[in-house]
Design a protein around this ligand. Structure first.
Ligand SMILES: Nc1ncnc2c1ncn2[C@@H]1O[C@H](COP(=O)(O)OP(=O)(O)OP(=O)(O)O)[C@@H](O)[C@H]1O
Length: 470
């Protein structure tokens, strides 16, 4: 069934037509614009004023950011019924299986990234959320720990999602706040979604893809229309304390990139590349003992698994939250003194990177075969054996596409758990981009515990094999 109507926008006769997946608008003699219904965020007909109001987000340039368009059309009496029907049906189809008018808790870190969080929110994000009829409860964080405290005591029934306007650091705090909530499991079912205004926006890249990962309007659309996606997180235990890590743990060169470049924040994203070059000049091996409970290390198998997943995309997977009202976090399965089934990595390491979500930055797809909910952690152990500085530099050319994966000196494996014992006193350890003590630790996967919003049902990070590996 298709539906049509007509109205005058700024005095110009405009035709509207919808199909179950698109809205087509033709203004005067201009070329028609076709908008996917996923991008339509509001549609209403107001009989008193005879206004047909439609709001959507669209790219004005092919590779440009999404922009908000709000069309108010004056409807003639003769078209009142068709306009009313069109508005009603558009809204129904545009929000199929999605609750409209979400109630959003929004945390903004005014100092995230280059300090534009508040301005970007006011100018680009808020108008889109308001146009979609969302209710907003906005808090500006004043210091580290605020987001943790707010998440820890969040009244869960009052909100449909929590938006983190900053980088990955704020999400880390929020998830840890939830983990320490009075009802941690229920709290971790609250969908969290990033609005990328930090300097490290890995999570946003993973959810929205490389093209839209830094687009705050695309992120706002995801906040309005994304479906809850359950993701594994990690329990990180160090010095008797348990922390939730949702993205990555880095040691050696990769940690130096994350935490050794804070002074270069003004450079935005490029500070990672600069840090990489600085780290390469030092080429310092990372003096730790790494052991893991391995599940898979065959790169081809892991690659094929990913492709299989791409084929059986979202529809086949449940979107309903797992019902579990236990008031505590799941118990850890692997004790700190467990000795069975561990393998120790034998080669000298340049860096260790472990985590979930393909992109750790725009320039680096560190975990190309990562899946949101396979119950496993991806571990990258870059050996210095048969690997030189020039190799690193050359291989980083393909880093945005995950090409390092295929390099023989890069050991890539999936595990349920791993542990690290530092063998020297000094070194950097970064957990989700934040500095932690360089002390022994153990990591275990907590399957499907946290919830994000996604319109793809998985990560949006295409990974293919280079021609010479096919
Ligand atoms: N008002 C504030 N002033 C200073 N720091 C804050 C404030 N609010 C939050 N923070 C802290 O700032 C840190 C960095 O946040 P986040 O990672 O989101 O942004 P970022 O710019 O990407 O940072 P990074 O460069 O560390 O990745 C977080 O640890 C957060 O707790």
């Amino acid at each position: 069934m298709d539906l049509d109507t007509e109205a005058k926008v700024l005095g110009i006769p405009t035709k509207y037509s919808i199909s179950p997946t698109t809205l087509t608008i033709t203004t005067g003699s201009k070329k028609s614009i076709t908008v996917p219904l996923h991008n339509v965020i509001a549609a209403s007909y107001h009989p008193e004023s005879k206004l047909l109001k439609i709001a959507y987000v669209i790219k004005k340039k092919k590779k440009g950011p999404l922009v908000l368009v709000q069309l108010d059309g004056q409807v003639q009496e003769a078209n009142a019924n068709s306009a009313s029907n069109l508005a009603k049906t558009t809204l129904e189809w545009a929000y199929k299986d999605i609750k409209p008018n979400r109630r959003l808790k929004i945390l903004i870190n005014p100092h995230g990234g280059v300090g534009k969080g508040v301005a970007l929110f006011n100018k680009l994000v808020e108008p889109v959320l308001r146009a979609a009829g969302c209710t907003l409860d906005v808090v500006h964080t004043k210091k580290t720990g605020d987001a943790y405290d707010i998440a820890k005591s969040l009244p869960l029934d009052k909100f449909d999602a929590l938006l983190s306007v900053s980088g990955d650091g704020l999400v880390h705090e929020i998830l840890n706040g939830f983990a320490n909530h009075e009802h941690p499991r229920k709290a971790l079912r609250m969908p969290v979604t990033p609005i990328p205004t930090g300097s490290g926006n890995g999570l946003s890249l993973n959810l929205l893809g490389l093209e839209d990962g830094f687009d705050v309007v695309a992120a706002s659309l995801n906040a309005i229309k994304g479906s809850p996606m359950h993701v594994d997180v990690f329990s990180f235990t160090q010095n008797g304390k348990q922390t939730i890590s949702f993205m990555s743990q880095a040691l050696g060169l990769m940690a130096d990139l994350d935490v050794g470049t804070e002074d270069l924040r003004w450079m935005g994203d490029s500070r990672f590349v600069y840090g990489l070059l600085r780290g390469l000049i030092k080429f310092k091996p990372c003096d730790v003992e790494l052991s893991y409970k391995i599940v898979e290390k065959d790169k081809r198998k892991m690659f094929e698994n990913l492709k299989l997943r791409d084929k059986t995309e979202s529809d086949a997977r449940p979107t309903e939250p797992i019902q579990d009202d236990s008031s505590t976090l799941p118990e850890l399965k692997i004790s700190l003194d467990d000795q069975e089934g561990w393998t120790t990595f034998q080669e000298p390491l340049l860096y260790l990177y472990a985590g979930k979500g393909p992109y750790v930055g725009r320039d680096f797809m560190a975990f190309p075969v990562s899946l949101p909910d396979d119950g496993l952690i991806d571990i990258v152990a870059q050996s210095t054996t048969n690997f030189s500085r020039t190799d690193v530099l050359a291989s980083f050319g393909g880093a945005p596409r995950g090409e390092l994966y295929w390099h023989d000196s890069l050991h890539y494996l999936k595990a349920n758990a791993y542990r690290i014992k530092p063998l020297s006193k000094k070194g950097n350890l970064s957990i989700d981009g934040e500095l932690y003590p360089f002390d022994p630790f153990q990591v275990e996967v907590l399957p499907g515990l946290a919830t994000l919003l996604s319109s793809h049902g998985s990560y949006n990070a295409p990974f293919s094999e280079p021609a010479n590996k096919r």
